[in-house]
Design a protein around this ligand. Structure first.
Ligand code: UDP
Ligand code: MG
Length: 335
């Protein structure tokens, strides 16, 4: 039993010969329409590897029959582990729970809705066998997504790569393979605001990028909406960069300088030509402009103070409610 009962106890590593080859980590929320198809396609893809693997499902607080369904999944040579969180903690927390539970030589993060085709697993494992420690899967095309989503995603990646000190590859989502060394590093990162794209990029290691066609969702609806995406973007920016604070300072310096220059111009005009000081409109403009900059800077500051507040509470990332382990029905030695 772990000291903190609600947290998943990181499993101890087995010798390589007994260790599963791949952990496929699948977080889901209300996906009962796709889970059976997902399990079948993942198993088929893993069968092609010819070695025993593990599949880890994480129920992120589903309210439909997903949990009951997923608990029945089993396989002849692969182990199926299911974790159930006590409520919806968000995909990032669910993925973190999966990474903590992973015991294999490498881990693959996959969406349950089959937008990330499990058939790519073979190529990902091949790239890993050739020496890559992180295999990033880059989307060639974003089928089933409208122009606005594609455009905002592009804007987000551009903004992130300008802001973050860590390069974040464009159009690479969570679908990727991580060597167990990288998984260990990510499991050791203590922060509570888990911006996965940034966290997964942070450890570095040897990277390869493979391209794939992202399919439309098999069934059900996306769990994302624009307010959630804006929240994610803000979280990403403020948890991985302090550049907005720098920009707020720059804006302050710039406005002070322009006010000083303007004061000089007005003074000269009044002294030389005796112009009366003009302008209600210009005064209003300056007040609004400065007010805007000040509010923006306070808002930026507030974002960082808020992050500090959340981090300082040291609450767990997720709470585990239930676990189920379906061992392979066929002994490994007989493989
Ligand atoms: N998901 C989750 N918790 C959440 C939201 C989503 O575990 O709070 C899962 C969801 O079930 C799916 C994956 O994360 O397996 C990706 O979500 P979705 O397909 O809704 O996102 P999109 O592909 O539209 O970006
Ligand atoms: Mg999806």
């Amino acid at each position: 039993m772990s000291a903190v009962p609600y947290l998943y106890k990181a499993p101890t590593r087995k010798p390589k010969s007994e260790q599963a080859l791949v952990s496929v980590i699948i977080p889901f929320l209300n996906e009962m329409d796709v889970l059976a198809a997902c399990h079948e396609r993942v198993c088929r893809a893993l069968d092609e590897l010819g070695q025993h693997c593990e599949i880890i499902y994480i129920d992120d607080g589903s309210t439909d029959l997903s949990w009951r369904l997923v608990k029945t999944f089993r396989h002849t040579i692969h182990q199926v582990q299911c974790l159930r969180l006590s409520r919806n903690f968000g995909k990032e927390a669910a993925t973190s729970a999966g990474l903590k539970a992973s015991t294999a030589q490498c881990a693959i993060l996959l969406d349950a809705d089959l937008q990330d085709p499990p058939e790519c697993i073979k190529d990902m494992v091949q790239a890993w066998r050739e020496g890559a420690q992180v295999v990033e899967m880059q989307r060639k095309a974003r089928h089933g997504e409208n122009f606005l989503k594609r455009f905002s995603a592009h804007l987000f990646y551009k903004l992130m790569s300008k802001m973050s000190d860590q390069p974040i590859t464009e159009n690479v989502g969570d679908f990727r393979l991580l060597d167990q060394k990288v998984v260990a590093v990510i499991n050791g990162l203590p922060e509570r605001t888990r911006f996965m794209k940034g966290l997964l990029a942070w450890p570095g290691f040897k990277r390869t990028i493979l391209q794939f066609d992202r399919d439309p969702r098999l069934a059900g609806t996306t769990k994302w909406n624009y307010p959630k995406l804006i929240h994610l973007a803000l979280e990403g920016i403020t948890s991985f960069s302090t550049k907005p604070l720098r920009w707020a300072t720059m804006a302050g310096i710039f406005t002070s300088l322009s006010a000083f220059i303007m004061a000089l111009v007005i003074l000269t005009k009044t002294l030389i030509w005796g112009d009366p000081v003009t302008g209600y409109p210009s005064t209003m403009l300056m007040i609004l402009f400065l007010g805007g900059i000040q509010l923006l800077s306070i808002g930026v500051l507030g974002e960082y103070v808020g992050r500090l507040f959340i981090e300082s509470k040291q609450r767990p990332l997720y709470v585990l409610m239930e676990e189920s382990l379906n061992r392979p029905t066929f002994a490994h030695q007989e493989l």
